[in-house]
Design a protein around this ligand. Structure first.
Ligand SMILES: Cc1cc2nc3c(=O)[nH]c(=O)nc-3n(C[C@H](O)[C@H](O)[C@H](O)COP(=O)(O)OP(=O)(O)OC[C@H]3O[C@@H](n4cnc5c(N)ncnc54)[C@H](O)[C@@H]3O)c2cc1C
Length: 275
């Protein structure tokens, strides 16, 4: 924090898997870099009031391990799907969030978990920002601030993350879907990634399907309900053109294909979470 306060133009670097791509491509010329790699405090997690405080420097490889997957199954699945092993060994949760790329794999999971971001600055002290506010640009990291932890609720219930890519093997998501069950609040929360600049929450579809789940008994849903949920989610995120807004015609074939992909991911994601 002191180094950042002393050099406000310096840029923090964690794994460097996003930042250094920008430097190598000539898009970024940081005046100075502040390496976060030796901050052991930010590489693990701790528990607080029914939540886990995840260090911003947790790598994707670490989050993909079984002990973390028991705690946060959705985040572990997203971390395992993020890039090739070299990238997962270096790339971090904090870097994924601050870069806020549309295809960032942890982002839909964090949106569905309604995570909070703990931010520290030498001048302004500590504060918490809802992840959705940072991703939507409603709140930003200020100069001299570091993302230190991500606060996520411990839900003790299944969570899934599924991703479609345009190639075989590791690749950027063309669409991704996170599904989180919250039995205490009797909620199903879902977020769709990669198809817009920020993860999308189909709130009506979430409420509709949560009302059909037998929370005290067998939680499974009939296949036609899962299919209807997938289509509800996909239509909410990629709606038909609206003539009243001057949009005519039909969706182009690529968008129809994307909508079918989202529907399949949402159907499978919920089915696996409830099975
Ligand atoms: C080949 C390749 C494949 C990839 N595939 C995927 C993929 O499949 N899915 C995916 O989601 N991503 C992918 N990525 C992107 C990247 O690996 C991830 O976004 C990763 O999580 C970034 O983390 P990092 O630690 O490397 O960030 P860095 O590059 O170190 O930093 C990224 C940005 O965040 C800022 N920053 C980092 N940590 C902090 C902090 N604690 N506080 C404040 N600011 C901070 C930096 O200043 C910088 O602006 C890929 C990248 C490459 C090169």
């Amino acid at each position: 924090m002191a180094a950042l306060a002393a050099q406000p133009a310096a840029v923090p670097v964690a794994g460097g898997t996003d930042l250094m791509c920008g430097v190598n491509a000539g898009r970024l010329r940081p005046a100075a870099l502040i390496g976060l790699g030796r901050l052991k405090e930010l590489r693990g997690w701790e528990y607080q009031d029914g939540h886990a405080l995840l260090g911003a420097c947790l790598t994707h490889a670490r989050m993909g391990r079984p002990d973390f997957a028991v705690l946060m199954p959705g985040l572990a699945a997203a971390a395992r799907a993020a890039g090739p092993p070299q990238v997962r060994n270096a790339g971090t949760l904090g870097g994924n969030i601050v870069t806020a790329a549309a295809a960032g794999d942890t982002l839909p999971v964090l949106a569905a978990l309604e995570a909070g971001l703990l931010v520290s600055g030498a001048r302004k002290g500590d504060r918490e920002i809802p992840v959705s506010h940072l991703l939507a640009g409603r709140d930003r990291l200020r100069a001299g601030e570091l993302l230190t932890h991500v606060r996520v609720p411990l839900l003790h219930a299944p969570q899934t993350f599924l991703k479609a890519t345009g190639r075989t093997g590791p690749g950027r998501a063309t669409a991704s879907v996170a599904v989180v069950l919250d039995p205490a609040r009797r909620e199903v929360r879902c977020a769709v990634g990669a198809i817009a600049s920020i993860p999308l929450r189909p709130l009506d579809a979430e409420r509709w399907v949560a009302s059909l789940v037998d929370w005290d008994g067998k939680r499974g849903l009939a296949p036609d309900v899962l299919t209807a949920f997938g289509e509800y989610v996909a239509m909410a995120c990629i709606p038909d053109p609206d003539p009243e807004r001057g949009q005519g015609g039909e969706l182009p074939p690529a968008m129809l294909h994307l909508r079918r992909t989202v529907a399949a991911l949402a159907r499978r994601g919920l089915g696996r979470a409830l099975s």
